[in-house]
Design a protein around this ligand. Structure first.
Ligand SMILES: C[S@@+](CC[C@H](N)C(=O)[O-])C[C@H]1O[C@@H](n2cnc3c(N)ncnc32)[C@H](O)[C@@H]1O
Length: 220
């Protein structure tokens, strides 16, 4: 119990420090307004709790699976990706959707965000309407059932996925054109399948600690 309270406190402090470090994004009035209202709603809906409850119902056990990519880390990823302006990014498991909104607001990419938890998707879709956001869509689907096509990049922050699930995704990724860039967190795809090559790995930090991110592509 004490351990859980300490962890939750640590995450809150981390998020607050991140938020201070992200000040430059709040110079954009539309993003500032979006984030104030978005954060206000989530003052009453704890995403970690929502995720835990959803997984508890689905698997009948306590599973702690939730986490978010800090925006400064997402900015680092975007610089490494070096994409053309009209690129399409697929976020597999988008959570509350804050990273997808950020990508849309600041990078103007087309974003498709897939998330299994309905309340996250409903709230994201409400914000799309409220802020008249274009080129961003949230779909409440199981990522393993989604037919991936017409995309340039996949972002997969799925550190808790089992090896079997990663292999399932890899089988889908293998059918994609070789120009598709796939960012994974904490494992490279070539550790699972030699049809992929890791072009780059770099440090990335989350509320729970530091790890590596990998830029993967299909072997040419
Ligand atoms: C670690 S969170 C990452 C959230 C977001 N991508 C980010 O970086 O801030 C992983 C998310 O993937 C979602 N997820 C896990 N398995 C999924 C599945 N099979 N289909 C759709 N979403 C899934 C979880 O509900 C959770 O919201």
């Amino acid at each position: 119990m004490v351990k859980k309270i300490l962890l939750s406190f640590k995450v809150k402090i981390y998020c607050f420090i991140q938020w201070l470090k992200e000040w430059k994004f709040y110079l954009n009035p539309k993003f500032l307004l979006f984030d104030l209202s978005f954060s206000f709603i989530y003052l009453f809906l704890n995403p970690y709790r929502i995720s835990r409850k959803f997984l508890e119902k689905k698997f009948d056990q306590k599973i702690y699976d939730y986490g978010e990519t800090p925006l400064l880390e997402m900015e680092k990823i975007v610089k490494i990706l070096n994409l053309k302006k009209n690129a399409t990014i697929l976020e597999l498991g988008s959570g509350r959707g804050k990273t997808s909104f950020w990508l849309n607001f600041f990078c103007k990419y087309n974003i498709i965000a897939i998330e299994q938890i309905p309340i996250f998707v409903n709230i994201s879709n409400f914000f799309i309407k409220l802020f008249k956001v274009k080129k961003l869509k949230f779909l409440c689907l199981d990522m393993f059932e989604y037919e991936i096509k017409d995309i340039d990049v996949i972002y997969l922050y799925g550190t808790t996925l089992s090896d079997d699930k990663i292999q399932l995704l890899i089988n889908k990724f293998k059918k994609l054109p070789s120009y598709v860039k796939i960012i994974t967190i904490s494992y490279a795809l070539d550790e699972y399948d030699k049809s992929f090559v890791c072009l780059k790995s770099f440090d990335i930090s989350f509320a729970w600690g530091k790890t590596k991110a990998y830029l993967n592509m299909k072997r040419g």
